[in-house]
Write a protein that binds this ligand. Structure first.
Ligand code: CP
Length: 308
C-alpha cells in the first residue's frame, strides 16, 4: 500500500494507487452524505487554515465545507484585511498563524512553488495542501476532474480526453494531465493557439493540436479552460471574438465528439469566450457535478493528511 500523504502539493509522480485511494474515499464520503450523513467527527479538535492570496469561489468554499463536515475548526484568512498589507512577509505570517496551533494550511498563491516552500518552513506536524500555485499545480482540481470522469467513464484506458484553451498558464491542465496519465488515459489531446500552448517537451506523451475541430473528433471528455489573463503577458492576449470562433466550445463542435462526450470546465466560466451558453448549460455539461465532487475530494484529502 502506498504511504499516507502528509502534504499534497502536486499530483506529479503520485502513484496510481494513491490517487485511486483518494477517489475511492471521496466516493465513500459522497455515498455517506447521500444517505443523510452531513457531519462526521473524524477531525474534531483539529484546526484548518484557508490561506488564499488569490481570489477563489469554488476551492475556498469547498475546502471550508469539507473541513467543517469532518468536524474541524476552520479559519478563513482574509488577505485584504490582514497584516500582509502592512508589509508582513509570507513566512512571518506563517509562523504567526502557526503559533495558534494549526493542523493544516490550505494555500493558494500566485507564485509556483509556494506550497513546497511552506512545507519546508512549516512546523512539523502541520500539513500543507496546495489550492493552486501559479501555473504549476491545482491537485484537488485534478482529483475532482478525475472523479467526475470516473463516475461516467471508469474505463480510463479507452478514453480520449481533450483539454482546450490557455494550457500554458493553467495549473488545472497540469494537474489534470498528471491525474489522467497516472490513471491510464492513453489519449490526452492538448489544443490551443500556439501562444497559449505548453512546450511539447513538457508533455511529450500528449498529442498537441492547434485545430479544435480536429482535436475534439471522437473525444469522450472535453475540458475547456478560461483565458488566465492574470498570468498572461499582454502580447499573448487574443481577441476574444476571434478566440471563440477558433477555440470556443459550441454545439457544432460538440457534435464532432463521441456521443455523450462529457463537457467539463474548472470554472469560473466565461460564456461566449471559451464556451457557449447552450453547451455550458446543456445536457452534456458536468460543470456543476465537478463543483459538487470538489467537496468530497477535499474531504478525502483532509482526511488523508490529518486523520490520526
Ligand atoms: N476551479 C477553481 O479553482 O475555481 P476557484 O478559483 O473559484 O476556486
Amino acid at each position: 500500500m502506498s504511504p499516507r500523504l502528509r502534504h499534497l502539493t502536486t499530483l506529479e509522480n503520485l502513484p496510481r494507487e494513491t490517487i485511486e485511494r483518494l477517489l475511492d474515499r471521496a466516493e465513500a464520503l459522497r455515498d455517506a452524505c447521500a444517505h443523510g450523513t452531513r457531519k462526521l467527527n473524524v477531525l474534531a479538535g483539529r484546526t484548518v487554515l484557508n490561506l488564499f492570496f488569490e481570489p477563489s469561489t469554488r476551492t475556498r468554499t469547498s475546502f471550508e465545507l469539507a473541513a467543517r463536515r469532518l468536524g474541524a475548526d476552520v479559519i478563513n484568512f482574509d488577505i485584504g484585511f490582514s497584516s500582509t498589507s502592512k508589509g508582513e512577509e509570507l513566512f512571518d505570517t506563517l509562523h504567526t498563524l502557526e503559533a495558534m496551533h494549526l493542523d493544516a494550511i490550505i494555500v493558494r498563491h500566485k507564485h509556483s512553488g509556494t506550497p513546497d516552500e511552506l512545507v519546508h518552513h512549516a512546523m512539523s506536524g502541520v500539513s500543507v495542501i496546495n489550492a493552486g500555485d501559479g501555473n504549476r499545480a491545482h491537485p484537488t482540481q485534478g482529483l475532482l476532474d478525475a472523479l467526475t470522469i470516473r463516475q461516467h467513464r471508469p474505463d480510463f484506458e479507452n478514453l480520449t480526453v481533450v483539454i482546450c484553451g490557455d494550457i500554458k498558464h493553467s495549473r488545472v491542465a497540469r494537474s489534470d494531465i498528471h491525474a489522467f496519465s497516472a490513471l491510464g488515459v492513453k489519449r490526452i489531446r492538448l489544443c490551443g493557439p500556439a501562444t497559449l500552448m505548453p512546450a511539447v517537451e513538457e508533455f511529450p506523451h500528449c498529442q498537441h493540436y492547434d485545430d479544435f475541430d480536429a482535436a475534439i473528433e471522437g473525444a469522450d471528455a472535453v475540458i475547456t479552460l478560461r483565458l488566465q489573463k492574470e498570468r498572461m503577458a499582454s502580447t499573448d492576449l487574443p481577441d476574444e471574438a476571434a478566440y471563440f470562433t477558433r477555440y470556443g466550445l459550441d454545439q457544432r463542435r460538440l457534435a464532432l465528439a463521441a456521443k455523450g462526450c462529457l463537457v467539463m470546465h474548472p470554472g469560473p466560466i466565461n460564456r461566449g469566450i471559451e464556451i457557449a451558453t447552450e453547451v455550458a448549460d446543456g445536457a452534456q455539461s458536468r460543470i456543476l457535478e465537478q463543483v459538487g465532487n470538489g467537496v468530497f475530494v477535499r474531504m478525502a484529502v483532509l482526511n488523508e493528511v490529518l486523520a490520526r
